[in-house]
Design a protein around this ligand. Structure first.
Ligand code: PEP
Ligand code: MG
Length: 894
């Protein structure tokens, strides 16, 4: 029989950190901390299996749950020495969600549960503080009303403001016990009016109401959206944590706070956090009161005027610091900790591995490896390759002129410019039109997630470093500034005031999330430096990977960027991309539209020197490294002139009649160009095109070998091969040109000829094709298109629907369809190797930069992956992780 409930507290625990799937992240860590003997308020966890059961059985709980929960509750009562619903010594609990994967802000929390008209008096008598008791009660009704009963929280807040106004009170803390008691009456009336029922007065009813709300919130649209955006499975469910309350709002010796064991922005080894005296947990994250710094060092570096915890509560702080060290050593990972001090006594409410910027993640991994807390393999495994993207993007050009209009907290690094938008929907609309936007909000909430995703950056006027905006933006890797001082936002009228300046929606600003500065207009940015911890970790990754990493680059700029990022050659140079600039397109159109081979040759003669120069530049940048050049592969429609003026221009340059040319263009137009006269078919029909390209490559090879004194070995790649005979014919032409160039220049040429495998037939017939190919490079873009019969250009429109219906797990054009396309790749590798044992194998479709596909490439034993320049570091790290995973699975079981 299943066990549905796990208890913890008072130095004991039925669970542990290893039971994360069952107990959720929060629950598993509470259980673990209890076992370690840390001061954790006692409680119990209702497992994720209950959530799964709940949804599988029409929202019914499994039999036996009630009894198990009752028994666990009794143990908590014993540990605390109080009774749930006992009017004299009431036990109060918190109820929180906790999924196996952290979902910040997605699920809800109820505090102070167990209060009713009787127990509130018991609490008042026990604590000797009526004000505290009624403040707790009104908070409870408000939270329960909002989270469990679905009553808008502003209805309660408006009443609170009303009471403050009528009583002439400025701050919440100035409200008297009588004020609060009056407010409780008003709140209960709101509940009765809105729900048609009285606020539940039985502690048990309250408890099951809250538990049901936690399970219910698993399927709220915002939770569903979050999971979809983060590829988190629906099936895992959430656990519910029920835990005895401790109070940070019991006067000046009480406090509540959140802290990281290292700086989550920079990774520096120093405690980092915020706290509030005389407050409850939600006050810190809600961003309504400005939190105080934890340490003196933080106070100094932030220039905060508020006293640090280290000063005002030195004993609790010292104990907390000890807990930080203990937890970090235990988990060997930076921790994010929630704590409460109740009348001088420290309680730990939560620990989890802390979210951090990528920069911080690198520093922490490198530092921990150097401190001996983890080894280098673990450090390499710890960094999410995709997250490196954050580092590779631009920062402010230090020499650029900037007009700083506001400053706030540097909540998430990176610099970006965009147009101001004031709400999430507008952000999404503008982004869909291709606009770069900065989402400007008072503060953000989970309802804003879609807008945060669409925006390039986020700016808020409230909230701390742990506010929703800060945490979520860091997770998304977007620049974010919180609590920008002097920023007044009037989103209803679409404007904000910064000092004396009024800015409207649509105006451009730049934010620098590393410095916390907001600037007027678009400030130029520069590429980041790739040294320090990044270089160290990438060095460790490079020592561990087997796969070589090349880049897809068609221009010198791309090639240089890729080199800086550590590319070990070019895996795909798409030569058609070289033909689009104004100077060349005319000659290319002349070539395509020429009626015969002579006409084509005349046009090609104009292109040859330009093409040769292209290759010289690439070879020089990549000297000593392999460069794969793909011969022309244009679906012809991409080059054909459309407008009459364009046709006129080509006609004049070629000395032919525009009408004849229009006719010729008409003949060449295809209904299905992707399956038409493209790739090697072009080379078969018009051999002079590939002859020109081969000549340009060979002449450039000889020129660069002479100028640099180093040998260049070009790899000539033929696209869209479907049959061995196609490759045989084209290879013969290439070899003939090589001979010609050698005899013309008396130089010696070393080169390879290979093919892309991007037509399913080529994968099936890889054996015979390998007789003519020294290498294969998998063009998984076309291979996916043709294997799935799914247009690369048009399928996005309906793919979304396919993804929602789970027909495909992920977009097959960005995540390799290992089951289908992967099978073709694997088969082609085997068949190719069977014929040519030393055949070189690589991948150059978009999947070459996808960590999951890279893991697959490691498994099937490719020699290299090739990806766009900005993904090169991602690929280096992913390849190292793939190699480490392979090493692990090979190791004999201990
Ligand atoms: C491919 O098809 O995967 C490929 C790399 O070529 P292209 O994207 O240029 O068609
Ligand atoms: Mg292709």
């Amino acid at each position: 029989m299943s066990k549905w409930v796990y208890g913890f507290g008072a130095g004991q625990s039925e669970g542990s950190a290893a039971m994360r799937d069952l107990l959720g992240g929060k629950g598993a860590n509470l259980a673990e901390m209890s076992q370690l003997g840390l001061p954790v308020p006692p409680g119990f966890i209702i497992t994720t299996e209950v959530c799964t059961h709940f949804y599988a059985h029409d929202r019914q709980y499994p039999p036996g749950l009630n009894e198990e929960a009752d028994a666990a509750l009794r143990k908590v009562e014993e540990a605390v020495g109080a009774g749930f619903g006992d009017p004299k010594r009431p036990l109060l609990v918190s109820v929180r969600s906790g999924a196996p994967v952290s979902m910040p802000g997605m699920m809800d929390t109820v505090l102070n549960l167990g209060l009713n008209d009787q127990t509130v008096e018991g609490l008042a008598a026990l604590s000797g503080d009526r004000r505290f008791a009624y403040d707790s009660y009104r908070r409870f009704i408000q939270m329960y009303g909002d989270v469990v009963l679905g009553i808008d929280h502003y209805l309660f807040e408006d009443e609170l403001e009303e009471v403050k106004l009528n009583g002439g009170r400025q701050l919440d803390t100035e409200l008297t016990a009588d004020d609060l008691e009056g407010l409780v009456g008003v709140y209960k009336r709101i509940v009765a009016e809105r729900t048609g029922a009285q606020f539940p007065q039985t502690a048990k009813d309250q408890l099951w109401g809250a538990i049901g709300a936690v399970f219910g919130s698993w399927m709220t649209p915002r939770a569903v959206t979050y999971r979809r955006l983060h590829a988190i499975g629906e099936g895992m469910g959430t656990a519910v944590n029920v835990q005895a309350m401790v109070f940070g709002n019991r006067g000046e010796t009480s406090a509540t706070g959140v802290a990281f064991t290292r700086d989550p922005s920079t990774g520096e080894k120093r405690y980092y956090g915020e706290f509030l005296v005389n407050a409850q947990g939600e006050d810190v994250v809600a961003g309504i009161r400005t939190p105080q710094p934890l340490t003196l060092a933080m106070k100094r570096s932030n220039g905060s005027a508020l006293p640090a915890m280290e000063e005002v509560m030195p004993e609790a702080y010292a104990e907390l610091a000890e807990v930080f060290d203990r937890l970090e050593r235990h988990y060997r990972e930076m921790q994010d900790i929630e704590f409460t001090v109740q009348e001088g006594r420290l309680w730990i409410l939560q620990t989890r591995s802390g979210k951090r910027t990528t920069q911080a993640a690198l520093k922490i991994a490198v530092d921990m490896a150097e401190e001996g807390l983890i080894d280098q393999d673990q450090a390499v495994r710890r960094i999410d390759p995709a997250s490196l993207d954050q580092l590779l993007h631009p920062m402010l050009d230090p020499d650029a002129k900037k007009e700083v209009i506001a400053r706030g907290l540097p909540a998430s690094p990176g610099a970006v410019s965009g147009k101001i938008v004031f709400n999430a929907d507008e952000a999404e609309r503008q982004a869909a039109k291709g606009e770069a936007v900065i989402l400007v909000r008072l503060e953000t909430s989970p309802e804003d997630i879609h807008g945060m995703h669409a925006a390039k950056g986020i700016l808020t006027s409230r909230g701390g470093m742990t506010s929703h905006a800060a945490v979520v933006a860091r997770g998304m890797g977007k620049p974010c500034i919180c609590a920008a001082a002097g920023l007044a936002i009037d989103s209803r009228n679409g404007r904000m005031t910064v000092g004396s300046r009024v800015m409207e929606a649509g105006e451009t600003i730049t934010i620098d999330g590393s410095a916390g500065t907001v600037m007027l207009g678009a400030v130029p940015t520069i590429d980041p430096k790739l040294s320090g911890d990044f270089a160290t970790l990438m060095g460790w990754a490079d020592q561990r990977r087997r796969l070589k990493i090349r880049t897809n680059a068609d221009t010198p700029t791309d090639a240089r960027t890729a080199r800086r990022f550590g590319a070990e050659g070019i895996g795909l140079c798409r030569t058609e991309h070289m033909f689009f600039d104004d100077e060349r397109i005319l000659a290319v159109r002349q070539m395509i539209l020429a009626g015969d081979a002579d006409g084509r040759r005349a046009a090609l003669a104009k292109i040859l020197p330009m093409q040769r120069q292209d290759f010289i530049e690439l070879f020089e940048i990549m000297v000593g490294l392999p460069v794969t050049i793909r011969l022309l592969d244009p679906p012809l429609h991409e080059f054909l002139p459309h407008e009459p003026e364009e046709i006129e221009l080509v006609a004049r340059a070629s000395g032919v009649d525009a009408a004849a040319l229009t006719r010729r263009a008409g003949e060449l137009r295809e209904v299905n160009p992707m399956l038409g006269l493209r790739g090697c078919r072009l080379g078969i029909l018009f051999p002079e095109i590939y002859e020109m390209q081969a000549r340009a490559i060979f002449e450039a090879t000889i020129a660069v070998a002479q100028s640099t004194g180093r040998s260049v070995v070009p790899e000539i790649m033929v696209p869209l091969i479907g049959t061995a005979r196609e490759l045989e014919l084209i290879k013969a032409e290439i070899d003939a040109i090589a001979k010609e160039v050698m005899s013309e220049t008396s130089g010696v040429l070393e080169y390879q000829v290979g093919t892309m495998i991007e037509v399913p037939r080529a994968a099936l017939c890889a054996g015979p094709i390998a007789e003519h190919a020294q290498f294969f490079s998998f063009g998984t873009n076309d291979l996916t298109q043709m294997a799935l019969g799914l247009s690369r250009d048009d399928s996005a429109k309906f793919l979304e629907h396919y993804l929602e219906r789970k027909i495909y797990e992920a977009d097959p054009f960005s995540t390799l369809d290992v089951e289908g396309v992967g099978e073709l790749v694997e088969m082609a590798c085997q068949r190719g190797r069977a014929v040519r044992g030393d055949i070189k194998l690589g991948i150059c479709g978009e999947h070459g930069g996808d960590p999951k596909a890279i893991a697959f490439c490691e498994q099937v034993g490719l020699d290299y992956v090739s990806c766009s320049p900005y993904r090169v570091p991602i690929a280096r790290l992913a390849a190292a992780q793939a190699a480490l995973a392979a090493k692990r699975s090979e190791a004999p079981a201990a």
